[in-house]
Ligand binder design. Sequence first.
Ligand code: GLU
Length: 416
Amino acid sequence: MKNNNNNDAFTNALEQLREVQELIHIDKNIFAQLQSPQKVLEVSIPVKMDNGQVQVFVGYRSQFNDARGPFKGGIRFHPDVNISEVKALSAWMTWKTAVVGIPLGGGKGGIIVDPKKLSENELEKLSRGYVQAIYKFIGPSLDIPAPDVYTDPKIMGWMMDEYEKIAGVHVPGMITGKPLSIGGSETRGYSTAQGAFYVIREAAKKMGLEKNATVAIEGFGNAGSFLAEILQKNGYRIVALSDSKGVIVNYMGLDVDEVKKHKDATGSVVGYAGAEKIKTLNIIAQEVDIFIPSALENSITKENVKNLKAKMIVEVANGPTTPEADAILAKRNVMVVPDILANAGGVVVSYLEQVQNSYGYYWSEQEVLAKLENIMVESFANVWEEKMRHSTTMRMGAYALAVKRVAQAMKDRGRG
Ligand code: GLU
């Protein structure tokens, strides 16, 4: 394993690929092409801020692989966005769409910005400016963006509107995660969490975990907060939650609805009155059955993995476990449900959204949920089978399945 002390995201993504190659030995010529994205764009986006001054933002779009279908993946607005991260996220999207068997490739975008510091007007100009800059490289059968960290349906609406103004026609399938009124899909708002729930339910059966298992969730954004709610409704006990400002714990169980109200009112879960006052506010170190990283990359590292006590980890964030930490968890027999399966519910419903856009015919919430559940349950079973076949971890089972599917598509296109 390469030394990667600063946890560079793309180095980690390539390390995972190298590990799976030892198991499945895909054609060398194809493997060589999976070492870098097919295309990476870097753009500058000038925005006239409310004070009249122009600020220039840097944005990226990485198009990793489109052998199985158009590039697909979200756009992240975050101050720590960097080219290595965007490339890694675009590789992970490629494996994610392959593991759940939807006909899409993998891409990802990002803008270096702290959106909390922008006014609504500035945020809209930035979102529209990004579409102007990458217009020629996206489209419903080319590359389809979606929400990610700190981007939401409102931003998707602005982006679609900008794209359609330039195109001069309606093209709702050019982006997913849109508001319902303009071609969004039922359930897309909570589909990442809902998909993760189906996967947790299947994994808990394999592990023999009781229904009232205890859970800690790191990150209270779109995925983490909906997942906390869904798990609580289904009998799980949520004992620890966190966000970028801190951690709250209550071993009797936190009331997720009340925590949400507190966060809406104050901007953070911290300070919620129903939490215990304890000293070690380290979410990884909590005594729980299931730990769910649902924030950013590199939250479980070789330094802190020894504090982790959970029996099962469900990666709702992308890339939360470094390869070194992953190897330690495998030795300890901790079950890690990998990101490319655990958080795929978001892109699955994005795909269903696109299908509805091209039909011009929309399904009910129940219909979308049934389709999502089918895909997630079947994908879990496929990954499990692959894991057993290779006597390996769930991550390598998922990677084996995904990378073989991508390699097959490349071979069938004559890209070998
Ligand atoms: N950003 C989400 C992810 O990382 C969703 C991507 C999509 O819907 O295209 O999977």
